[in-house]
Write a protein that binds this ligand. Structure first.
Ligand SMILES: N[C@@H](CCC(=O)N[C@@H](CS)C(=O)NCC(=O)O)C(=O)O
Length: 266
């Protein structure tokens, strides 16, 4: 049995759902509403000591770290194989898996905190955010979270992260050109595509898709990704997407109890 502890609007979780969908695997949902700090509930730390999502539990054994989960699933369920046969192409795959984890994801965290998470104060209200943050055992981290969601977006940080993200996209353009496409590793669709595409989905919902607007190979590759049935099946449903530049908070906010796990649109 496969259980997935996940949050819908998380690029790391989207990556794992995409692998599961490409392989046609059934999984049992264990939803973790991270905006309510449910990843700090009793017991979750036994599955994932970092108390992050995703965590995959396969026949009772937890596997953590989204890219490692993706590789694990490709070994445990080899069909269809999501790693190229050719060693050179596999090196490109590993390079882009690392690029996502070490560079793209941290940039997206900065962008998302400033352009999305700050809307939670307006949507749910600071009182409720303060109440939820009580579940956070690390009081310094809880205070830092509350400070960041309650303050105005840090425009300098956003601009710096966006410009660094654009630099990485020019390298993706080069990689796609060198390999001849249609995928990051050339002819073979792979875990590289699966790791990087959810990042672009997030950047798109931050209304920053202009960052690859003049990069035709990246734009065509991302359009191909969005056409895949597995991508459409795994992407966050609109009601579970966080508020952001393309999804306004309802004027006057929402009742957090009524909203449940979702982020109702304005
Ligand atoms: N390197 C980890 C990163 C996991 C991660 O940061 N997950 C985010 C969601 S995308 C999370 O759990 N955030 C909640 C928090 O940091 O408190 C992975 O790839 O699984």
């Amino acid at each position: 049995m496969i259980e997935l502890h996940h949050f819908w609007d998380s690029p790391c979780c989207f990556k794992v759902r995409l692998v599961l969908a490409e392989k046609g695997l059934d999984w049992a949902e264990r939803y973790v509403a991270t905006h309510r700090f449910e990843h700090f509930r009793a017991g979750y730390g036994d599955l994932n000591r970092h108390r992050k999502v995703p965590t995959l539990v396969h026949d009772g054994t937890p596997v953590i770290q989204s890219s490692d989960i993706a590789l694990y699933l490709d070994e445990a369920f080899p069909e269809p194989r999501l790693q190229p046969e050719d060693a050179g192409a596999r090196a490109v795959m590993r390079e882009w898996i690392a690029e996502e984890g070490e560079y793209l994801f941290p940039l997206v965290v900065t962008l998302s905190f400033n352009l999305m998470m700050t809307l939670r104060a307006k949507g749910f209200g600071m009182d409720r955010l303060r109440e939820w943050s009580e579940r956070h055992p690390d009081r310094d981290r809880a205070r830092d979270y509350l400070r960041r969601v309650s303050g105005p977006p840090d425009r300098d940080a956003v601009d710096a992260a966006a410009s660094r993200f654009a630099w990485h996209m020019t390298h993706l353009e080069e990689t796609l050109g060198r390999g001849g496409g249609p995928w990051i590793c050339g002819a073979a669709y792979s875990l590289a595509d699966i790791c990087v595409a959810p990042i672009l989905d997030r950047v798109e919902s931050l209304d920053l898709d202009a960052l690859w607007g003049d990069l035709p190979a990246v734009a065509a590759w991302y359009a191909r990704m969005k056409d895949r049935p597995a991508f459409r099946k795994s992407m966050p449903p609109v009601e579970y997407r966080m508020w952001g530049p393309r999804k306004p908070v309802p004027p006057g906010g929402v009742d957090p109890d009524e909203a449940g796990d979702t982020f109702p649109a304005g």
